[in-house]
Design a protein around this ligand. Structure first.
Ligand code: G4P
Length: 280
């Protein structure tokens, strides 16, 4: 995982520019649990003249009611989108049709001229959003996808999705947008920022507080949490004790609890949670 120094961003940006030049459509993967922070508006500059499709991924982990609100809001704004769970493959079958719908005028013109070249598409997204998983599912294959690290160069390959649609096998890497603490926290909760560079207990405590604000009943059901007036680290400690994670001498092992909490959140074990709603 890359630490996002300006040099890395510039490299990723250059790579994206190169990739974008090769395709007819840019398909941006976002995380349905954090529909705001999992996108990076700088893609608009890279992809200024390219048709776009938004792929709302991880809908299996997100709160279905909030996802429905996001979908209708984004559609009202004119965003072409599909909802998918790339891990199970649910919704991925709608991808080719959605791409053709976005490109329908261009395809109609080409058909009039008797042109039949395949559509070329690429997937872009922030780290760990599910790009490789999606590409594999769309292409119905299991093979490993090329590294998406900036600076790794290799021959480009196209993966056949269907008879008229090819996907660039190397996804475009968008850098996480760390413009506010809240956005950065959300990216950390979902695993878009490497845990090694984070204070894991701090992140876990903040995650607990955010879940407590929106889905307290899930914290009660999973961790028997009952006092939501506690300060973040006190809440983490309370949950750690209830879970029985104690070091010798009865000291709560909050580090162990933090790792488990993040794993369970990322795996959907706590429940279906969306951290970003349309108005906030
Ligand atoms: P990337 O290329 O964008 O970096 O992401 P990648 O496909 O490697 O996916 C990151 C993790 O997210 C993987 O989990 C993958 O299974 C999971 N994932 C991707 N899409 C979805 C989805 O729609 N729903 C759910 N629930 N999970 C998704 P992992 O734990 O790293 O690997 P694995 O053990 O699942 O293979």
């Amino acid at each position: 995982m890359i630490n996002w120094f300006p040099g890395h961003m510039a490299k990723a940006r250059r790579m994206l520019d190169e990739q974008a030049a090769l395709v007819d459509i840019i398909c941006e993967l976002s995380d349905a649990r954090i529909p705001l922070s999992s996108r990076n508006p700088e893609l608009d500059a890279v992809a200024a003249k390219k048709p776009r499709l938004l792929i709302l991924n991880r809908v299996d982990l997100a709160d279905p009611k909030v996802t429905a609100e996001w979908v209708s809001e984004l559609k009202a704004q004119g965003t072409a989108l599909i909802e998918v769970d790339a891990r199970s493959g649910k919704g991925v079958a709608n991808f080719p049709k959605a791409v053709r719908e976005v490109l329908k005028d261009k395809l109609a013109k080409e058909a009039e001229r008797g042109q039949t070249k395949p559509i070329r598409a690429m997937i872009v997204g922030i780290p760990n959003v599910g790009k490789s998983t999606f590409i594999n599912k769309a292409a119905k294959r299991k093979a490993a996808i090329a590294s998406d690290r900036p600076g790794v160069t290799r021959g480009r390959q196209w993966i056949n999705v269907d008879a008229g649609l090819d996907l660039l096998d190397t996804p475009g890497l968008l850098w996480p947008k760390l413009t506010s603490e809240t956005l950065a926290n959300h990216l950390a909760f979902t695993g878009a920022i490497n845990d090694d560079i984070l204070d894991i207990e701090d992140i876990a405590a903040k995650l607990l507080v955010e879940i407590a604000a929106k889905y307290p009943q899930l914290l009660t059901a999973r961790y028997k949490a009952d006092d939501f007036t506690l300060e973040p680290h006190e809440l983490l400690e309370a949950v750690t004790k209830k879970r029985g994670f104690l070091r010798s001498g009865g000291v709560p092992d909050t580090e162990r609890m933090s790792r488990i909490l993040l794993d369970e959140f990322r795996g959907g074990v706590i429940g279906r949670i969306t951290l970003e709603t349309i108005d906030k």
